[in-house]
Design a protein around this ligand. Structure first.
Ligand code: UDP
Length: 339
């Protein structure tokens, strides 16, 4: 059975392709390689023994998208990752973000409608919850105004999919990711941050390997036990496996609603300081850091209620924080060895 993975050479996409292949799915990737490299295809093959099919084009191009769907008329379901994801960049270039993230989704949905593809899994984000009044965040926790154009594209994308499904033969599973970190155990695929990383985990590993002088901790005056902000970090391989389960659920007609929403997290919150401690524990490396002012737009604390994903989807994150930080470090070292 053939699954289209848009953005399949990216960080979460590549890990998901490997898990799909392990379950016997045939994968076709569409990616414009704007934030990933063609070598990822060979690296996927090194892990799985099978190079996925690949088409390089931009899903914001409606003609190319339609031509692609006409040519590949045996796609059973879609996992749509393709999107820009840098929060700060989205503040600087909002139109670029709205155009890229929304138009590519619209063209994908149109291609599904025109070509009779029913099922789509969509990459959403816990950013839609903002700072929830009650924790943990449940799927019915009220959506809040987004902190950035990036976050807004996720909220609007959820609405576009939901409204489209109301009058078209489209079903969707929206997966709201908490904070994916770590890399495949082989360290053959992982995250390639462009330039100076914004996210915590790549910043930690780049500091440890000597590419950055010290980690800047954005604030230690939050109302949390150690004063640093709390997130729900989830191993990218656990996250990838949830996509396979979501696809299988749709194909087996087990969805209970046209659009279902699941939180993907561990259900446990860890502070920035706890992540640093975990990194030091799992690698034996001492990390330099400095406390800075809070980063504008950051929420204080958020973690997932994973009950619905556990019971209804039948999925549970398995890997511990120490496994996440250890795998991120193994990947950073593998990257350094490649250069
Ligand atoms: N963070 C930090 N220093 C960094 C990067 C991130 O202290 O260099 C903190 C950030 O303030 C937040 C947490 O780490 O509390 C996770 O940030 P990240 O950007 O990875 O994900 P976010 O939750 O913002 O999407």
């Amino acid at each position: 059975m053939k699954i289209l993975v848009t953005g399949g050479t990216g960080y979460i996409g590549s890990h998901t392709v490997v898990e799909l292949q392990a379950k016997g799915f045939e994968v076709i990737i569409v990616d414009n390689l704007s934030n990933s490299s063609i070598e990822v295809l060979d690296n996927i093959a090194k892990i799985s023994g099978k190079k996925p099919l690949f088409e390089k084009f931009d899903l914001t191009d409606p003609e190319k998208t339609e031509t692609f769907f006409r040519l590949h008329n045996d796609i059973r379901a879609i996992i749509h990752f393709a999107a820009f994801k840098a929060v700060g960049e989205s503040v600087q270039y909002p139109l670029m973000y709205y155009r890229n993230n929304l138009v590519s989704l619209i063209n994908t949905l149109q291609g599904m409608i025109n070509n009779g593809i029913r099922d789509i899994v969509f990459s959403s984000s816990c950013t839609v919850y903002g700072q929830p009044e009650k924790l943990p965040a449940r799927e019915d926790t009220p959506i809040q105004k987004a902190n950035s154009p990036y976050g807004n594209t996720k909220r609007i994308s959820e609405e576009i999919i939901t409204e489209t499904s109301e009058n078209e033969a489209i079903r969707a599973i929206l997966l709201r990711y908490f904070n994916p970190i770590g890399a495949h155990e082989t360290a053959i695929i992982g995250e390639f941050p462009q330039g100076i990383p914004n996210n915590l985990m790549p910043y930690i590993t780049q500091t440890a390997i000597g590419k950055r002088d010290f980690l800047r901790i954005w604030g230690n005056d939050y109302d949390t036990p150690d004063g640093t902000a709390i997130r729900d970090y989830i191993h990218v391989v656990d996250l990838a496996k949830a996509h396979v389960i979501a696809v299988e659920r749709m194909i087996a007609d087990k969805s209970k609603e046209k659009v279902e929403i699941f939180n993907l997290g561990t259900g446990k919150g860890f502070s920035v300081m706890e992540v640093i401690k975990s990194f030091e524990r799992s690698t034996g490396i001492h990390l330099n850091y400095k406390i800075m002012d809070r980063r504008p737009g950051d929420v204080e604390q958020v973690w997932a209620d994973t009950g619905f994903a556990n019971t209804e989807l039948g999925w549970k994150a398995e890997k511990s924080l120490d496994e996440m930080t250890a795998s991120a470090w193994k990947w950073e070292k593998a990257l350094a060895a490649r250069r």
